[in-house]
Design a protein around this ligand. Structure first.
Ligand code: NAD
Length: 299
């Protein structure tokens, strides 16, 4: 079997094309483009590159993206106060605020993320948004989890009654995705298992998956023998490996052999990554729209 390749780039383009006219209409209504403020700390090359692609995508749909670059040596207190000031619009209207992760080890990332006002938390990492998602009334959904669900919906993959196995239990991917897939309604109603570094017999669990999602950060952790024939496999992992002197990006899934047994597989690059960015744009647009509604009601 050669699996269907789940093309995240193509779907992200469609999402952008749908979003651009809506952003243009909102821009006319509020007299300025929606604005995303990104806080980037230090000079980690991968983070800078993610921020660059987020800003470029924002520009393509008509959203302004401004990046606050902050020195690595900053403290938790300084960062919290910067994020709070951005949240009070002291640096211009900030419809959406995103703190690029990871933060340096000496910074309390939790404290910084908690400083983002929940109604501008376009990454969906604030405890209020995490809580709303867990109660089945989501507001801002973490972008990667939302992107995976979008990919499944777009490909017509039935989730209802299926066994979805997620490998990885992080707050930003694994946990929110588990909540989404187990939630009621389209793209949900699955029976969800969450595996992690202490799962014994990982292969025994993954072999039971109708839908297998890898969000670990270990190159080619998921091999063909771990996949049930006909399963749908989504690869969230992004790993840079050196290959004969050159470096390239790979996911957590051993793509070619897995594609021989699976029904559909998402590639890396070009799978979940572009959808994560597309979901960020959707969240930013929603944040700006909600803000307009709030200011209208306050008048
Ligand atoms: P994380 O390090 O916070 O979490 C990794 C998870 O994997 C943990 O829950 C851990 O328990 C689990 N794990 C580690 N070793 C394991 C093993 N041997 N078997 C089973 N589980 C194991 O990572 P994260 O932030 O969730 O990111 C995971 C991967 O997804 C990374 O490669 C990251 O770069 C990538 N990522 C991609 C996107 C995207 O847009 N495509 C977005 C976020 C993260």
């Amino acid at each position: 079997m050669t699996a269907q390749r789940l093309d995240g780039r193509k779907l992200a383009k469609t999402i952008e094309n749908d979003l651009a006219p809506k952003v243009a209409a909102l821009t006319r209504e509020i007299g300025r483009p929606p604005r995303l403020v990104v806080v980037l700390v230090g000079d980690v090359a991968a983070s800078a590159s993610y921020v660059k692609s987020k800003a470029a995508a924002a520009k393509r749909v008509g959203i302004t993206a401004d990046v606050f670059s902050i020195q690595e040596s900053t403290t938790t207190a300084e960062l919290v106060s910067t994020v709070e000031a951005i949240g009070r619009d002291e640096h211009g209207p900030a419809d959406g605020i995103l703190v690029q992760l990871p933060l340096p080890d000496h910074v309390d990332a939790r404290a910084v993320l908690d400083a983002v006002p929940p109604d501008r938390d376009v990454d969906g990492f604030h405890p209020v948004n995490a809580g709303l998602l867990s109660q089945g009334r989501p507001h801002f959904i973490p972008c990667t989890a939302a992107g995976v669900q979008k990919m499944l919906l777009d490909a017509g993959v039935k989730t209802r009654g299926k066994h979805a196995v997620i490998v990885g239990r992080s707050d930003i991917v694994g946990k929110p995705l588990a909540l989404l897939l187990a939630s009621r309604g389209p793209g949900g109603d699955a029976t969800v298992s969450v595996c992690h570094s202490h799962t014994s017999n990982l292969k025994e669990v993954t072999q039971q998956a109708d839908i297998l999602i890898a969000a670990v950060g270990i190159p080619q952790l998921i091999t063909a023998d771990m996949v049930k024939p006909g399963a749908v496999v989504i690869d969230v992992g992004i790993n840079r490996i050196s290959d004969g002197g050159t470096s390239r990006l790979v996911g957590d899934v051993d793509y070619d052999p897995v594609a021989d047994v699976a029904e559909a597989v998402s590639p890396v690059p070009g799978g979940v990554g572009p959808l994560t960015v597309a979901m960020l744009l959707e969240n930013t647009f929603s944040a700006a729209k909600e803000r307009k509604k709030r200011s209208f009601m306050a008048e």
